[in-house]
Design a protein around this ligand. Structure first.
Ligand SMILES: [Mn+2]
Length: 266
């Protein structure tokens, strides 16, 4: 409520991913604060917005999560073009690709052109899992599917027992793979940047790994929008066409942020 009294910030485009509505970990109120304050011509939903995996495991849908969807739909009615690029947790929506519902469109991937004429590939990023080892494990851990690893552990050990091998801990194995996880992140970022370069584009905007980053990699711009589980970050294209990663301090009521926000709005 308080936030609605703050002056609005007008930007050209906003890119959000990995909101995970329907999961307990989703920071819906922080996202609502952002959506109430920031007005945009184009809103890109870069996948894993609704977490259908989590909803299937146990149904959880509080009013706040509903409010996020209503706020987004409300924006479409007020002229914002919403481009939904589904991810792996909402992959059922990929069947709707190329469909247009008024100001809401669904696409498998999309090429965004900035006000400065840069062409950027927008995709969720699970597409890179195939070329990146160990990703399924990370995806499962990332979505909090501990029970999955426990039941897998049981299944693995049943097989090992039948084959005469001793007990082996999956959790222990995963912990020992932290180095592998770091390599996974690096390979993911490499694969994403390479794809954009191969297609002759200026860069890529993706999500999926919950690691916000805006950098130059292999000669192209690599932007990861982050997530709304931990980081609460959005990639924002300002009126000038400049891209920047925003975090809560950029739109929440603290002094520095308001000055910055007002400059942007001007
Ligand atoms: Mn994902």
């Amino acid at each position: 409520m308080e936030n609605q009294k703050l002056p609005a910030i007008h930007v050209r485009s906003v890119f959000l991913s990995d909101v995970h509505l329907g999961a307990r970990e989703c920071r819906a109120q922080t996202l609502l604060d952002f959506l109430h304050r920031v007005h945009m011509d184009e809103l890109y939903l870069v996948g894993d917005i609704v977490d259908l995996w989590s909803l299937r495991r146990s149904f959880y849908w509080p009013q706040l999560h509903n409010n996020v969807l209503r706020t987004i739909l409300g924006k479409t009615k007020h002229g914002t073009r919403v481009i939904y690029v589904p991810g792996n947790h909402d992959e059922e929506l990929r069947d709707l690709a190329a469909m247009v519902f008024g100001n809401l469109e669904v696409h498998r991937e999309f090429i965004h052109t900035t006000a400065q004429g840069q062409r950027l590939l927008v995709m969720h990023g699970d597409e890179f899992d195939g070329s990146v080892k160990c990703s399924r494990w990370l995806a499962a851990l990332g979505s909090g599917a501990y029970d999955l690893s426990v039941s897998l552990n049981r299944a693995v050990n049943r097989v090992r027992h039948l084959m005469g091998y001793p007990y082996w801990s999956l959790a222990g194995y995963l912990k020992s793979r932290v180095g592998t996880a770091m390599r996974y992140v690096q390979r993911f970022e490499d694969a994403a940047a390479h794809l954009a370069a191969r297609r002759g584009l200026d860069g890529i905007i993706c999500g999926h790994i919950h690691r916000p980053l805006d950098t130059t990699l292999h000669g192209v711009r690599y932007c990861n929008t982050g997530d709304w589980v931990e980081n609460c970050t959005a990639l924002v294209e300002e009126r000038s066409g400049q891209l920047a990663l925003w975090q809560p301090a950029d739109w929440s009521p603290d002094a520095k942020a308001i000055a910055g926000g007002l400059q942007r709005a001007a």
